[in-house]
Design a binder for this molecule. Structure first.
Ligand SMILES: *[C@@H]1O[C@H](CO)[C@@H](O)[C@H](O)[C@H]1NC(C)=O
Ligand SMILES: *[C@@H]1O[C@H](CO)[C@@H](O)[C@H](O)[C@H]1NC(C)=O
Length: 194
């Protein structure tokens, strides 16, 4: 085994271990990012406003968060302002984080979660939305040729959407062969009115 694939394996092992230690803080998969079907058209304006997180893959920036929502608003023709909010399940404190996003293509956004992050690569892909009830959001990053990390969110316009709405969203994941095994449902009960 050469040096390089050896260090790739170490990185993979490290990710798996740290994922387990942080309570599955992120979901690593073997191999490169798989192809997904991108939208052909996207109405950014119709996509704006409040979305509630119905379920998501575990991720480090949302550990223990309840009542999670996103508020998207148009800044200019290609720029979107993002506010992610929620309630800490531990302290009950309301928290929020702001981000900026560029619309790079139909349903393809580059969201900068931290200052100086590049806005040239789409890291937020809308796999499907009807704008009025659900949106399925996917992100995949190849960390080495041997591993990738995925995030998936099912967002809904209602805190407690109908099972029909969720079935439509899940069908989109299924059609794209995106695993639903790691989706965990977000607590959206007893939440403050926005
Ligand atoms: C975000 O949090 C800050 C400080 O915690 C608060 O002042 C602000 O109103 C919050 N913004 C939103 C949109 O909830
Ligand atoms: C969402 O963002 C818009 C634009 O910044 C703002 O006017 C609105 O009050 C926000 N809504 C909530 C619930 O924070």
């Amino acid at each position: 085994m050469n040096h390089r694939s050896n260090s790739n394996l170490w990185l993979l092992a490290l990710m798996v271990v740290s994922g387990v230690c942080l309570g599955n803080a992120q979901v690593p998969f073997p191999g490169k990012c798989p192809e997904v079907e991108l939208l052909e058209t996207f109405d950014a304006e119709a996509y704006m406003g409040i979305w509630y997180e119905y379920s998501a893959y575990p991720n480090t920036f949302e550990i223990g968060q309840e009542c999670v929502y996103a508020n998207y608003s148009i800044v200019d023709s290609s720029t979107v302002s993002v506010v992610n909010g929620g309630i800490s399940g531990l302290s009950g404190q309301a928290t929020n984080a702001s981000a900026i996003a560029k619309v790079l293509g139909p349903g393809q956004l580059a969201v900068a979660f931290y200052e100086g992050q590049s806005l040239t690569k789409a890291n937020y892909l809308v796999l499907g939305t009807d704008y009025k009830s659900y949106a399925v959001v996917y992100s995949c990053t190849s960390v080495t040729p041997l591993a990738n990390i995925k995030f998936v969110w099912i967002l809904t316009r209602e805190r407690e959407p109908s099972s029909e709405t969720i079935a439509v969203a899940k069908k989109i994941l299924e059609d794209n062969k995106v695993s639903q095994e790691f989706l965990s449902t977000t607590v959206q009960k007893n939440c403050p009115q926005l």
